[in-house]
Design a protein around this ligand. Structure first.
Ligand code: CU
Length: 448
């Protein structure tokens, strides 16, 4: 695998809210990397813009490395997009080692970090470049939510393996250096037949008769799950307490959870009604065969857990859509003919040099997102609120601050977003990583 510090998921970073966290990356892999803190409110030079490459230790001629923007061998990518690649003079590049600085000036949430290199994010994440980053504070601790070994960040990720146990990724270019794109049927996204939770296939986790906090992340490249908990007694359900960008104002019961790549749901699952010996299975209702099971909890211990969930968790603030100064429409659609072709936003292939929008910092904007097929849509820099889906109300699970929104085929959603604090260059993109790598991404620049 390609790993952060030797493990998959990578080490979990814990940030105190408003306290600066510095993470040093040293690249000992055979390819350039760039890490994005997904959900992080981060200055542009630490956000992991797709061309802000950290070249491998010892690289003597970065511009000459194959597959580099502005390098000597970008012909294949240009061919795919039907457009020349300008040298990206804004890129913050480094060789060997660099620091990423995270202010953590944002509500408590489970963020995650993963590779974001232009054209090769799918390959890099599939091979293991992903991990958790939690922001926490004293107010969260006072809520008395399940903590310690009852607070479980869970990364769901499907993978495929060959007969020798090596990861199998259906890329057109296995070196992940020259040519973006997938083989054959996987141009719609890479799917595996083994479901991993924190790197373990279909794990069983031993629990007590108590409430647990499950911080669910879909770290898969392209697979969407619909989770349901099957309890032998009582009714299996989740109580949602948080979303991508932080806690909900109030907990809400959800019987099932649809979670698309990049999304997080913070939920409580209650084993207090279970008996020792019970097994609780979490199923994927969108899967078949080996992809229909996620994991299992084995109840092995009887304890008393009198803790009661607070009725109010936080005051997350209300967006004011009426204050919006601009409405922009972004169409996520595949174009199979003409130039350029592939997965597009408003008919454009990803370009680091030509922004699709220039929002002003502090302004509230309404962004209308429109799809052809299903796409999980992710914005960098700030979270947003979902205002509507197809002209109707949002889903119950759209509550709270989101940074990734899953839209099915031929849907429209309106979101309210207000970018703040950091001028610079960021991206919005489809978080189906193969769509992203096949250019369903766009640059926006924020300004004062
Ligand atoms: Cu997509």
């Amino acid at each position: 695998m390609w790993t952060y510090h030797g493990s998959f998921p990578g080490p979990t970073v814990l940030s105190a809210r408003d306290r600066r966290t510095v993470v040093t990356h040293r690249n000992e892999l055979p390819v350039p990397v760039v890490v994005h803190l997904h959900g992080g409110h981060v200055p542009e030079d630490s956000d992991g813009y797709p061309t802000d490459l950290l070249y491998p230790v010892g690289t003597s001629d970065p511009a000459g490395m194959p597959g580099m923007p502005g390098g000597s061998n970008t012909g294949t990518m240009s061919d795919m997009r039907g457009m020349g690649m300008e040298r990206d003079t804004l890129a913050h590049t480094a060789i060997g080692e660099r620091d990423y600085v995270y202010p953590a000036g944002q509500p408590v949430a489970m963020l995650w970090y993963h590779d974001h290199r232009m054209d090769f994010t799918g390959a890099a994440v599939w091979r293991g470049l992903a991990g958790f980053h939690l922001v926490t504070d004293e107010a969260e601790r006072r809520l008395g939510l399940p903590a310690g070994d009852r607070d479980l960040p869970l990364m769901l990720a499907d993978r495929a393996f060959d007969a020798a146990g090596a990861l199998k990724y259906p890329a057109a270019d296995p070196s992940a250096l020259h040519t973006a794109g997938m083989t054959g049927k996987f141009t719609r996204g890479a799917l595996g037949d083994v479901i991993l939770v924190n790197g373990v296939p279909w794990p069983e986790h031993r629990v007590s008769t108590a409430k647990y906090r499950l911080r669910l992340l879909n770290g898969s490249n392209a697979r969407v799950y619909r989770l349901r908990a099957d309890m032998p007694r009582g009714d299996g359900h989740f109580v949602q307490i948080g979303s991508d960008g932080g806690l909900l104002d109030r907990p809400q019961r959800v019987d099932e959870l649809t979670i698309a790549p990049g999304e997080r749901y913070d939920v409580i699952i209650d084993f207090t009604g279970c008996a020792v010996g019970d097994r609780v299975t979490v199923y994927n209702e969108l899967g078949t065969g080996t992809t229909s099971r996620i994991m299992r909890f084995a109840v092995t211990d009887r304890v008393a857990d009198p803790a009661v969930l607070p009725e109010v968790l936080t005051d997350s603030g209300t967006p004011v859509p009426a204050a919006a100064v601009t409405t922009r429409t972004f169409r996520f659609a595949r174009r199979d003919a003409g130039t350029p072709h592939g997965w597009m936003i408003n008919g454009h292939a990803y370009s680091p040099t030509e922004p699709i929008a220039r929002p002003r910092l502090g302004d509230t904007e309404i962004w209308r997102l429109v799809t052809d097929l299903d796409h999980p849509i992710h914005l960098h820099l700030n979270q947003f609120r979902v205002l509507s889906r197809n002209g109707g109300p949002p889903h119950r699970t759209d509550a709270g601050w989101k940074d990734t929104l899953y839209l099915g085929a031929a849907q429209t959603a309106e979101i309210a977003v207000r970018f703040t604090d950091f001028p610079g260059r960021y991206v919005l993109h489809c978080h189906n990583l193969e769509h992203e790598d096949m250019s369903m991404m766009a640059t926006f620049t924020t300004h004062t």
